[in-house]
Design a protein around this ligand. Structure first.
Ligand SMILES: [Zn+2]
Length: 125
């Protein structure tokens, strides 16, 4: 029977290298703990939901089925948590819906700049 330097009995693992210290002195969990990777600034600013909502609202299409569908899909995308294929399908739906909603709106391209400007103004003021 192996004993740790602290005097406790060492329970040897069935696989892998034999332990030289007990579970208390050298916990398995601490060594194997997975540190979640956080991307710096993982949330784009503005988010896709912000941009799409703004575009739909500015176009006056927030009350249309296409507009509502586009905003809904964008918010789901922004919330994240889905798999790659699900996100891709959602993105496709969002683009189709927002494309339909904004088809007759010419100035939709300036919305991101516009949003950034207004946010900057809000922060400084
Ligand atoms: Zn020990």
């Amino acid at each position: 029977m192996d004993r740790c330097e602290c005097g406790r009995e060492i329970v040897q693992p069935k696989t892998g290298r034999p332990r030289r210290r007990c579970e208390t002195c050298s916990p398995t969990k601490a060594r194997n703990r997975i540190v979640p990777i956080k991307a710096p600034g993982s949330r784009p600013d503005p988010t896709i939901a912000d941009v799409v909502r703004e575009a739909i609202v500015q176009a006056g299409k927030a009350g249309t089925p296409d507009g509502v569908a586009a905003i809904f899909a964008a918010e789901m995308l922004a919330a994240g948590g889905m798999t790659g294929p699900a996100a891709a399908a959602l993105l496709r739906e969002m683009r189709a819906a927002s494309g339909d909603a904004l088809r007759d709106v010419a100035e939709a391209g300036d919305i991101v700049d516009d949003l950034k400007k207004r946010r900057a103004k809000r922060r400084s003021g």
